[in-house]
Design a protein around this ligand. Sequence first.
Ligand SMILES: [Zn+2]
Length: 369
Amino acid sequence: MSARSGGGQPKEAAVNRAAAPRPHFAVRGIYGGVPTTLLQSGKTLADYGINAVWIGTGALTRASVELLREQKAQVYAEFNTMHHSPFLKDDPDAAPVGSDGRVCPPPDGWQGICPTHPAYRKERMDAFRAVLADFDVDGIWLDYHHSHASWEQAEPNLPDTCFCARCLARFQEETETRLPDEPVRASARLLGPLRAQWTAWRCALFTDWVRELRQIRDAVRPAALLGTFHCPWTDTERGGALAHKLAIDLRAQKAHVDVFSIMPYHARFGHANDVKWIARQTAWLGRFLDITGREPGPAAARGAKRIWPIVQIADWGETVPLAQVGPVLEAGTRLPATGVTIFNWGSLAAQADKVEALGAFYRAIANVR
Ligand SMILES: [Zn+2]
């Protein structure tokens, strides 16, 4: 996959000439683990203007945190909240149930979990607490904090869930609504006349997870930022699927989250030739959440909300050509964004020309030539 891109173009062509210094820009990151190959070649992260690295919690070690600290990089953990599928091995009753009353198969293999399963919630909260207790991270980012769905592609696959007996009982109790006993008739009511209440209840449930995660962060490692990687659709796109299907209420989550990392993967999501889409989605998010990027800087900013997009420069689904690296980063670093990271180091590591283009852009906005 990596061999297809980047061939033959002069490196300088990939450097966006519009990359002006961005003194307000706090974070120039990479996502996907320690860039070992780069460090082993004798380079430093500073050589590439990189000052932050996101690592999946499964790959996080004290040695990697130490190594990144020596490189003067911020270290952010990524934490899987609602798609931790190994849990189902011993607790199959945590599998989401579809509108037909049966277990809903994982769309395109993306396995979500029922959001009201008490043991699952406890397991995730305990795991979250352990990551923060064990590792000296600068922040922790929620990932997959949405319902059972496969949305990371140009045409998403969004089944309606979860209509398990537990979810239906809780909905009825908490909204004082009576549903038919028969699950198919109950789901028809919830997706029909009761759709607004059902969506609001599900969104509140997913937000309540964020509230509890935030509480744990506050107790265990209060200096760490709480971020979230989230779907880049606006509130009205795809019939309001952000709320109706994915159960994401960004405005409500804003009470608990410090940093919103919108995921405008332009190539993967059907906008391969329209990098400005990245800036449009990010600008929408700023308006929607009332975040301008002009809020006080990090030193004074406990409580300030931020937008740090994660943009796609690796090939996934579609190739991202070398010449697009600069424009993608330029679009991803406009206000209201005050930080950025890239998807993803694992694929990018083998694409030396793109890594050089990334470094050139990051150095330029950091005003290091
Ligand atoms: Zn359920």
